[in-house]
Design a protein around this ligand. Structure first.
Ligand code: UT7
Length: 316
């Protein structure tokens, strides 16, 4: 099987910025608590007239531009999301129409919660091996502000909206992303019921227990990806972790003695954007010139499901 590399990235977020001070006026919380416990300072929420479908299409458009790939060259489009604007059509079909992607390709949404982008990368690698077109569009997009329970101060301060996208290319002889993916089948710790579930369609989470799961899942994924690829921590140019809590990232960085210049946090600005968080980081790193052609990035995600995953991603 041939592997994939990322050729271009893009991102977009809604304009409306919600600060911790704004939240102080809405719920019993404080800037100090949120900053100390999560690292979050602001998050973007879709405001009046802003639609996540437009934000998602813009991120995908920017990734195509960055990659220098035209819509006709795309062989598949996957959007990782738990909050598509409409269930049908999927967010991926909406992008297909907005960007003029070919009709004879699979476009679909994928739900693996906060690990969705990595599940989608692996799925894309499989799809492109069977496609005559060698480029794929992998997007993570969320509109979590729509599913916030404002009566729950433990979760309402966490989430943000946004979209990150990557154009990947599949070529003979390129290494696989070597995904390690898994799920616990846990329906208690992190929930977002659908419209027919008979309970409010809000996110709920047992934060402390999910935190404990995350601090175990992250090193497990790092170890498994290194083992699968035969690489060491030193071989990796950048470590990108799902941005759920700055403390979870800091623990992993300390455990592996990762030098500060080899990791990155943007949770302060965006909060937890679930499936969008990893591609948002990748896009910022690429824009800042911190990663580029030849870079090797170890990405780890974890979240509802409970799901977890890791990939070793190379840049073309
Ligand atoms: O993206 C998917 C994966 N998600 C995660 O990985 C999230 C993992 N979990 C977390 O990041 C953390 O558990 C949270 C940030 C959600 C919560 O932090 P915590 O340190 O686990 O806090 P806690 O839930 O144990 O609450 C500690 C205290 C409680 O008060 P008492 O009982 O000690 O008096 C809470 O009521 O903090 C209180 N509290 C707050 N206080 C001010 C909870 N939320 C808030 C708040 N402002 N927003």
């Amino acid at each position: 099987m041939n592997g994939i590399k990322i050729r271009g990235t893009g991102r977009d977020v809604p304009k409306k910025l919600v600060t911790n001070r704004d939240l102080e006026k809405m719920v019993d919380t404080s800037d100090e608590w949120i900053t100390a416990r999560t690292g979050i300072q602001t998050r973007h929420h879709c405001g009046e007239g802003e639609r996540i479908s437009a934000v998602t299409a813009e991120a995908a458009h920017r990734a195509l531009e960055d990659a220098g790939v035209s819509p006709e060259e795309i062989g598949a489009c996957i959007v990782a999301t738990v909050t598509p604007e409409t269930l049908v059509p999927s967010a991926a079909c909406t992008i297909q129409r907005a960007l003029g992607l070919p009709r004879d390709i699979p476009c679909f949404d994928l739900n693996a919660a906060c690990t969705g982008f990595l599940f989608a990368l692996h799925t894309m690698e499989c799809l492109l091996n069977a496609s005559p077109r060698k480029f794929g569009l992998v997007v993570g997009a969320e509109n979590l502000s729509r599913v916030i329970n404002w009566a729950d101060r433990g979760t309402c301060i966490l989430f943000g909206d946004g979209a990150g996208a990557a154009v990947v290319e599949c070529r003979e002889g390129w290494p696989s992303v070597s995904a390690v993916l898994g799920c616990h089948g846990n329906d208690e710790l992190l929930r977002l019921p659908g419209p027919e579930a008979g309970e409010p369609s809000y996110v709920s989470m047992e934060g402390t227990r999910v935190f404990k799961f995350a601090v175990e899942a992250v090193p497990w994924c790092v170890d498994q990806v290194l083992k699968k690829t035969g690489r060491t921590v030193e071989d990796v140019d950048f470590f990108v972790f799902h941005q759920a809590n700055a403390r979870i990232i800091d623990l992993a960085v300390r455990k592996y003695h990762i030098p500060p210049e080899k990791t990155y946090k943007n949770i302060a600005e965006y909060g937890n954007t679930s499936a969008a968080s990893i591609p948002l980081v990748l896009s910022e790193l690429r824009e800042q010139g911190k990663i580029g052609p030849g870079s090797r990035v170890l990405a780890v995600g974890f979240g509802g499901g409970l799901t977890w995953g890791g990939c070793l991603i190379e840049f073309a």
